[in-house]
Write a protein that binds this ligand. Structure first.
Ligand code: SF4
Length: 309
């Protein structure tokens, strides 16, 4: 079966071995973050609808999960904001009913959490990772470039509501963008917001892959450590750990590499961990995709990233 809405399993910095479910077409989101790995948002919207047919997602999940793959999480993520899909709750219930052994995770930008229907739909999820990069309106506009109807304060209020209603694990993620949200007044506001939201954990990340804007740089490790200790209860997200014995599900490695890179740039090491192939063998597929002009290389601090052209 050719999978159009599942991707990976992806070796994730946060989640170990995670099978991704992508419910949203590239690149549909309520934000247009300067660091987005998926590139510029071309459909900036708050409209919830069935962007892709959930019946297709059910069929792919049944096919893939019936092989009992070893996974740490099944994660709603991908090419945009997952909570924009109106059928998110149905997919959550489908998985909980038919494949209860798997833990579910949602990566969300928090912007739709003000909607009680959204909060109810995501309530059965085991781990919710909402992001909040700033508590100040001006920085929110520059860093996350939101839909015109969004306000930072309202997002913080909705995260407080979610925390009250949700009993699963809430791990708030903050992306540090040097020159944006690393200033003392920014961090002080963020700390106050965190004290009100009360997440179980806070994770701090910075640029690890090429983002939407080429000029954006990563924060250095010392800055990350200083911010983490100031905010408290905060860990810095490290590089991913790959699990043993991961099997890929696409019969064509070349196609799987391409599908993975379509969603996020990766290094050869990332792909090696994902596919379980020898580096020389991976290189063969990469050379083929480079020769076809489908992918290109971008050099970053963490190494050479392969990305879709
Ligand atoms: S990083 Fe997430 S929230 Fe920001 S634009 Fe990309 S998909 Fe949307």
């Amino acid at each position: 079966m050719r999978y159009r809405h599942l991707f990976g399993p992806v070796p994730s910095r946060r989640l170990g071995v995670s099978l991704g479910i992508d419910l949203i077409p590239l690149k549909t989101c309520s934000l247009n973050c300067i660091y987005c790995e998926c590139g510029e948002t071309n459909n900036c919207t708050l409209e919830r609808k069935e962007y892709i047919a959930v019946a297709e997602v059910y069929a792919e999940l049944k096919d893939y999960l019936s092989k009992n793959p070893q996974l740490d999480f099944i994660t709603f993520a991908g090419s945009g904001e997952p909570t924009l899909h109106s059928g998110l709750g149905n997919v959550v219930n489908f998985l909980k009913k038919n494949f209860p052994a798997y833990k579910l995770c949602l990566l969300t930008n928090s912007t739709l959490l003000n909607d009680k229907t959204v909060r109810d739909q995501i309530n059965p999820i085991d781990l919710i990772v909402p992001s909040l990069d700033t508590a100040r309106e001006e920085c929110f506009k520059r860093l996350n470039r939101p839909h015109r109807d969004l306000q930072c304060e309202q997002i913080i209020d909705s995260l407080i509501k979610l925390r009250r209603e949700y009993s699963g694990e809430l791990c708030l993620e903050i992306f540090i963008a040097p020159g944006f949200n690393d200033k003392p007044e920014e961090l002080s506001s963020l700390k106050s917001a965190l004290e009100k939201i009360k997440p179980d954990r806070v994770q701090l990340g910075t640029l690890d892959r090429p983002g939407a804007e080429e000029w954006l740089e990563a924060a250095d490790y010392q800055t990350m450590q200083d911010i983490a200790s100031y905010l408290g209860n905060t860990e810095i997200i490290g590089k991913f750990k790959a699990g043993p014995g991961i099997r890929t599900f696409n019969d064509s490695y070349s196609r799987q590499i391409f599908e993975t890179l379509r969603r996020r740039p990766c290094t050869v090491a990332d792909l090696k961990a994902l596919l379980g192939l020898r580096p020389a063998e991976i290189q063969k597929y990469i050379n083929h995709l480079l020769a076809q002009g489908k992918i290109e290389i971008e050099h970053r601090e963490r190494g050479a990233f392969l990305k879709i052209k």
